[in-house]
Design a protein around this ligand. Structure first.
Ligand SMILES: *Cc1c(COP(=O)(O)O)cnc(C)c1O
Length: 451
């Protein structure tokens, strides 16, 4: 998920400033010249310059954060207590459960984080394997590799609303990928899945399920998918299910009556991003799978004194500590409160938009509010909205306050009337987005008459 950088002019662009400082820094100085430089630079003006660049950058980031609505990145955190760790390079190369000969590692934190997620998704400590990845994408890469190694001739099924990483992975692994249609909510259409499965009955099924689609926050129905598989001749030894829970994988377990993500069901793996709900300052993620799937994948590597079981070699040793800190500091109760508050605030935004007769949709266990795409890209950029086709969304994360939402709605309404007037005169009606969010949620002239 790329955040659009705030606009800079040439004089305030911190990157240009960084470049000009770097180019004046001659790396080829002799000893004497270096001494002379130091003498000339009493009071370390060079370091002061660097600080100024960083401070300026922080200023633009703070400014940007005031209207950061469109991506599922929690900005409400404080890791100041971990700052002393930046004096160490921490590297978790290898299998977190086996340790390695690279001593500066944080695998004890990593395993404790993994145990926590294993418990959350209901698999015993001695039955699971997993690791802390660079993000949801690497978690998906690993999980789908497990499925493919289990079923080398398997076909990958995933809904059209899946994250773009899934289609990339299918290409990377040269797997046949069947794109399945979705319901208006965004969840996978099991009738269509059934037809696709029956059309490829001879091949095992590797299924990617979205536990929260990126755009609409729809949760694929794990139980219904399993039922569809089993009823149509796919016994448990002929399918592998991966649950892509990038955002909701950690939220649903804390919401009453939400669908359950559990290894008591015949699923093969679950993943989550660490920088989304948990709010890590660097991208990271978690993948958990059943231990039994790992054997085909691993190789012993003498050089690191460990087992090679992961996608990347060197792995961040800081990321697991950030995750550990995020989870431990808040505890289950704190996480539950945050999840509930995100959902509550998302419902607030949804109601405000509907009251203003703006077509909008919100799935039941979701903090992603989908609505008509603003007519002006400048407005979307200003609020960092993610858009796709005729729709846009706001992801109500922990840093998003009611005040921010009020401000957003007020500005949207004000601009919207202006866009209408400018482009269409006063008779303009919102375009129809019933195909995207359903007739009942649409506010175009035809559908608003129906409601
Ligand atoms: C965000 C997201 C991912 C992975 O994203 P990363 O940026 O690699 O962490 C995967 N799947 C879904 C459904 C997502 O929303």
């Amino acid at each position: 998920m790329a955040l659009t950088p705030p606009p800079h002019d040439a004089t305030t662009n911190p990157f240009l400033l960084i470049r000009s400082i770097s180019s004046s820094n001659n790396a080829m100085l002799s000893k004497e010249e270096e001494e002379e430089e130091k003498e000339n630079n009493k009071g370390e003006p060079h370091t002061n310059n660097l600080c100024a660049v960083i401070n300026h950058y922080i200023h633009t980031l703070n400014h940007f954060n005031l209207r950061n609505l469109g991506y599922p990145l929690n900005q409400n955190f404080n890791y100041d207590a971990l700052a002393p760790l930046l004096r160490f390079h921490l590297n978790n190369a290898g299998d977190p459960f086996l340790g390695s000969t690279v001593c500066l590692n944080s695998t004890s934190f990593e395993v404790s984080v993994l145990d926590w997620f294993a418990n959350l998704w209901e698999i015993q400590n001695n039955k699971y394997w997993g690791y802390v990845t660079t993000g949801g994408t690497e978690s998906n890469l690993h999980a789908i590799l497990l499925g493919r190694e289990k079923f080398p001739d398997g076909i990958l099924y995933t809904s059209q609303d899946s994250h773009y990483s899934i289609f990339k992975i299918a290409r990377m692994y040269r797997m046949q990928c069947v794109k399945v249609g979705t319901l208006v909510s965004g969840e996978i259409d099991c009738a269509e899945l059934k037809a696709s499965l029956l059309a490829h009955k001879d091949h095992p099924a590797i299924i990617n399920l979205n536990i929260g689609t990126t755009m609409k926050g729809a949760v694929d129905d794990i139980d219904l998918v399993i039922q569809t598989l089993e009823k149509n001749g796919f016994s448990r030894d002929r399918f592998y299910i991966h649950c892509d829970g990038a955002l909701f994988g950690i939220m649903l377990p804390f919401l009453k009556q939400a669908p359950k993500i559990s290894f008591k069901k015949p699923i093969g793996s679950v993943c989550v991003s660490g920088h989304k709900f948990l709010g890590c300052p660097i991208p990271c993620g978690v993948v958990i799978t059943r231990k039994e799937y790992m054997n085909t994948l691993c190789r012993d590597i003498e050089y690191i004194g460990s087992r090679d079981a992961t996608i990347t070699g060197s792995r961040s040793g800081h990321a697991p500590i950030f995750l550990w800190y995020a989870i431990t500091k808040r505890g289950s109760l704190g996480l539950q409160k945050e999840a509930q508050s995100c959902i509550r605030n998302a419902r607030y935004l949804h109601n405000r938009l509907r009251e203003a007769r703006i077509g909008a949709m919100l799935n039941e266990y979701s903090n992603i509010v989908v609505f008509e795409k603003p007519l002006d890209d400048e407005f979307s950029r200003r609020w960092s909205l993610a858009c796709k086709g005729n729709i846009a969304h706001v992801v109500v994360m922990q840093h998003v306050t009611i005040e921010m939402l009020d401000l957003f709605v007020a500005e949207f309404l004000q601009k919207r009337s202006f866009w209408w007037f400018k482009d269409y005169g006063s008779s303009f009606q919102p375009r129809c987005i019933a195909d995207e969010i359903g007739a009942a949620n649409c506010s175009c002239s035809m559908h608003s008459l129906l409601s």
